[in-house]
Write a protein that binds this ligand. Structure first.
Ligand code: PRP
Length: 186
């Protein structure tokens, strides 16, 4: 029988109500900041974890935006080629020069992914590249990266829900919670 994923959560870290407050605040700030922008604004949604956050944020924006998606993975500092990022799904646009890109992430951990993605998009001549994350774990940072828009800073806990997974599960929970250690410690 299928079980209820809520039962594997030991505590709620960011509630549904807090997510509403965060996305209200961020959408207002983003809409103000880009209001007089004469270029096309593109929300670049990084699969898979950012989907619930992006969906909540985009409906609250009061400026027109277009959507793009990428799926990437980065390997930290230990791989042979530093600056390495693997692209699993790419944008199908040749010319980024007239675009103001806002990358939407669910979480920043070491910072490698956003750091390298930002560099990649600037190398492709995007007019501007900014970053927005729901969750930030600054204590885990290994590269110098401060997001332009941050939902909430969190401690270094094993978090799942609202896009974040453990073995691809828990992404559809409507809040961010701490996973009960009994789930992964056996
Ligand atoms: C997560 C997250 C970021 C990255 C952050 O993605 O969405 O892209 O890790 O980590 P970093 O700051 O250490 O680079 P993940 O690779 O887990 O993919 P997913 O969203 O498909 O689960």
């Amino acid at each position: 029988m299928k079980h209820n994923e809520n039962e594997d959560i030991s505590s709620i870290l960011v509630s549904e109500e807090q997510i509403q407050q965060i996305t209200d605040r961020l959408a207002k700030q983003i809409s103000e900041d880009y209001r007089d922008d004469e270029r096309q604004v593109v929300l670049l949604i990084i699969l898979k974890g950012s989907v619930p956050f992006a969906a909540e944020l985009m409906k609250k924006l009061t400026i027109p935006v277009q959507l793009e998606f990428m799926k990437v993975s980065s390997y930290g500092a230990t791989t042979k080629s530093s600056g390495e990022i693997k692209i699993h799904l790419d944008i199908k646009r040749d010319d980024l020069k007239d675009l103001d890109i806002l990358i939407i992430e669910d979480i920043i951990d070491t910072g490698y992914t956003l750091n390298r993605l930002t560099t990649l998009l600037k190398n492709r001549n995007a007019h501007s590249v900014k970053t927005c994350t729901l969750l930030d774990k600054p204590s885990r940072r290994e590269v110098d990266l401060t997001p332009d828009y941050t939902g909430v800073r969190i401690p270094d806990a094993f978090v799942v829900g609202f896009g974040l997974d453990y073995n691809e599960n828990y992404r559809t929970l409507p809040y961010v919670g701490i996973l009960d250690p009994k789930v992964y410690s056996h």
